[in-house]
Design a protein around this ligand. Structure first.
Ligand code: ZN
Ligand code: ZN
Length: 409
């Protein structure tokens, strides 16, 4: 990163504008793939900066910040909120509501901090646009919808993201997390787990509770499947490889004296190694089908609910970013951590074109919160409330540092 007088600087004015933008975004969250007002706001900001942009994947927006010949890098910020009733008590808390796909009204909250990602990337765009002598090349600003449902990155790719935008040599992304504001965390190699979610519908034969001989009981079948699939991790997977199989819901029947005709459950799988993922999913299919056969039931119906792809940090590109971040933020402010079992669809953007990607975390909490007696509210908690500073300024510095490590003069 250059340190000449022309280097992009986060001035007090720019910082205040970023805070105002962040408070506005925080108070106006939208559900995944419904980020209409957020997309319009991003378009207005890019237009005001003179940055060309286009819609991609519905509510996705891509800005193309061109500055002559040079490398092309992409930076992604996700834009969606969550159906959570905010309980943070901050004066810019959300009171917004929205409708789930099935029409259910829900309260809305930026409970994963994607508002910080948007405010930071728009600020980075502004600083780069205002300091064109400091760099050369193209920065592709990817404002991605629908991260929480794993729909957004895929929607942008299917809408031709990389046909419409110049191909980058690297894709960067970052996420706010509980951690000391002012610090950055990273994992070389796997950054986060892949995640697969399924709905499984068990087909049986209903009967009066007193006439089990006339039934094929889907609840007993479900109980066997749910118990047996726990042996995939404990008995089938190499214990040196990580895997999680969780059944999050199990529903069947309406009354204790009726055997229902059907039941259903949903499950969630987390893995890091693509071969382990294949093995777990194959074992699930085998056990579900075999237990149904053992019950004399028809084969259950499996519906895939979501697939979160691999989020893999290219080791060489990560080492480059980490070196630059340590110089910019300080050695002790950039920390290597274990990969997260949580998931992200960020990795799909670089994987789709075979270019390396690097994804890091930045802390959003002050020392008093982290060292206090209470539990620190995680992302997706109604109490998740990043401190505005130094969280946002650190996000800007980290993003600028990574981008300028490629395009800086
Ligand atoms: Zn989230
Ligand atoms: Zn998130």
């Amino acid at each position: 990163m250059t340190t000449t007088a022309t280097a992009p600087q986060l001035t007090d004015d720019a910082r205040e504008q970023m805070h105002a933008l962040y408070r506005h975004l925080h108070a106006h969250p939208e559900l995944s793939m419904q980020e209409h007002a957020t997309a319009a706001l991003i378009e207005d900001e890019l237009t005001a900066l003179g940055i060309e942009h286009f819609r991609c994947g519905g509510t996705g927006v891509v800005g193309l910040l061109r500055n002559g010949d040079g490398p092309t890098v992409a930076f992604r910020a996700d834009t969606d909120g969550l159906p959570i009733a905010e309980d943070t008590g901050v004066d810019y808390a959300s009171t917004a509501t929205g409708l789930l796909e099935d029409g259910t009204p829900v309260p809305l909250m930026h409970g994963c901090g994607h508002d910080t990602h948007v405010a930071v990337l728009l600020t980075v765009a502004k600083l780069l646009a205002g300091a064109r002598e400091a760099w050369a090349g193209t920065v592709v600003l990817v404002f991605q919808p629908g991260e929480e449902t794993a729909a957004g990155a895929q929607a942008m790719l299917e809408d031709g993201l990389w046909d419409k935008a110049p191909l980058p040599e690297v894709v960067y992304g970052q996420h706010v997390m509980p951690g000391l504001a002012g610090t950055v965390q990273y994992s070389p190699g796997d950054a986060m787990a892949m995640a697969d979610s399924w709905k499984v519908v068990l087909h049986g034969k209903g009967s009066h509770a007193s006439q089990p001989q006339d039934s094929t009981d889907p609840i007993v079948l479900g109980a066997h499947i749910i118990t047996r699939i726990q042996t995939i991790v404990s008995r089938e997977i190499d214990p040196r490889r990580a895997a999680v199989v969780t059944v999050g819901t199990f529903h069947g029947g309406l009354k204790e004296n009726i055997i229902p005709a059907a039941a259903e459950f949903t499950l969630n799988v987390r893995t890091f190694d693509p071969a382990v993922r294949e093995q777990v999913l194959a074992s699930l299919r085998r056990i579900i089908a075999a237990e149904a056969a053992a019950s004399g039931a028809p084969e259950p119906t499996i519906e895939q609910l979501s697939v979160f792809p691999r989020n893999y940090n290219d080791p060489a590109a990560t080492a480059d970013v980490v070196g630059a971040l340590r110089q910019a933020l300080g050695q002790d402010r950039v920390e290597e951590v274990e990969p997260l079992m949580g998931s992200e669809d960020f990795g799909a953007l670089g994987a789709a074109i075979g270019v390396p990607s690097v994804f890091w975390l930045f802390g959003g909490h002050d020392a008093a919160t982290l060292e206090g007696d209470g539990a620190v509210p995680m992302n997706h908690s109604p109490f998740f409330a990043p401190v505005i500073e130094p969280t946002l300024s650190t996000g800007v510095r980290a993003a600028l540092t990574a981008v300028l490590s490629r395009v800086g003069r």
